[in-house]
Design a protein around this ligand. Structure first.
Ligand code: 3PG
Length: 210
């Protein structure tokens, strides 16, 4: 297992964060870090995302910040320049896989079917985002593909929450899980760091119980 995989495995839970205001980046990342979560994914769904990413990458070297919702190679390059340490895309796009290699940034492509997982494998990816995990079939999906695609590990995302994350993490082909429940957009908008801190602390117990 390479160093990046080890970081994600140790993290166990990766908050998927959408920031509407860059000024929320540091208080949020500090809240997550203080609670014990040192890996986070910032989605490229708002104009503030890249600035927020750069602020975290610059000020908090102890946080492994990645970029999510990557749809085209130009976004990947911009995120790399801003300091992203990894990237996540909702689907499988060979252009992104090639670009990630040339920009030297680890990429988790999204898959939802065995065919996509096979394609990702053929393109050299062995850690995949299962998305949307709940729609795909959740734990039943993971168990069904485990014997036929034993070399693959997954980060289920989409419908993962405080109630089911432990069950996902108990699956042998799950390296980590991702989800927005740890830092919901409405709590970020309200700057309710105390509430996010409680959710994050609860999620962080998952890494200790692994
Ligand atoms: C993602 O970007 O990975 C998902 O939107 C997160 O899904 P969730 O909101 O169901 O956790």
């Amino acid at each position: 297992m390479d160093e990046f995989h080890q970081i994600l495995q140790r993290a166990a839970v990766i908050p998927v964060v959408t920031l509407d205001r860059a000024e929320h980046a540091l208080p949020l990342a500090r809240t997550l870090l203080d609670a014990g979560l040192d890996v986070l994914e910032l989605t490229l769904r708002t104009p503030a995302a890249l600035e927020a990413l750069a602020l975290i990458a610059e000020a908090l070297p102890g946080v492994t910040v990645g970029v999510g919702t990557v749809l085209d190679p130009r976004q990947l390059q911009a995120a790399r320049v801003a300091g992203a340490r990894f990237a996540v895309s909702p689907g499988l796009d060979p252009r992104l896989i090639h670009a990630a290699r040339s920009f030297d940034i680890p990429l988790l492509p999204g898959v939802m079917t065995p065919s996509e997982a096979m394609q990702a494998r053929a393109l050299g990816c062995d850690l995949l985002k299962l998305f949307p995990a709940d729609v795909a079939g959740g734990i039943a999906w993971l168990r069904a593909v485990a014997p036929v695609l034993p070399a693959l590990a997954f980060c289920p995302t989409g419908g993962v929450d405080a109630a089911n994350c432990a069950a996902y993490l108990a699956e042998p082909n799950v390296l980590c899980v991702g989800g927005s429940w740890v830092a919901p957009r409405r709590l970020i908008a309200a700057a309710d760091w105390a509430a996010i801190g409680r959710l994050a602390a609860q999620a962080a117990t998952r890494r200790m119980s692994r």
